[in-house]
Unconditional design. Structure first.
Length: 76
């Protein structure tokens, strides 16, 4: 699985990687982009990879928002 896993996930974790991705997207496109998370700092490597692949392939445009919801850290 290591060769399929982006290095940014190992370096920053999912939350940091998504925050960076959103910032880069906003700068590159001029689209207003924001990121917030209530996720714990780290989740399982498998969960990180699935959520990364799902969100990094989604490119909103024209007022579309992407929201990824998971279990609350208080109830998980």
């Amino acid at each position: 699985m290591g060769e399929l896993r982006p290095q940014v996930l190992d370096a920053l974790g999912l939350v940091g990687a998504l925050r960076d991705e959103v910032e880069l997207f906003g700068r590159a496109t001029g689209v207003e982009a924001g990121f917030s998370s209530a996720m714990p700092a780290r989740v399982s490597p498998e969960t990180e990879l699935v959520l990364w692949r799902t969100t990094s392939r989604s490119r909103p445009g024209g007022g579309v928002a992407i929201e990824v919801l998971g279990p609350s850290p208080l109830t998980a």
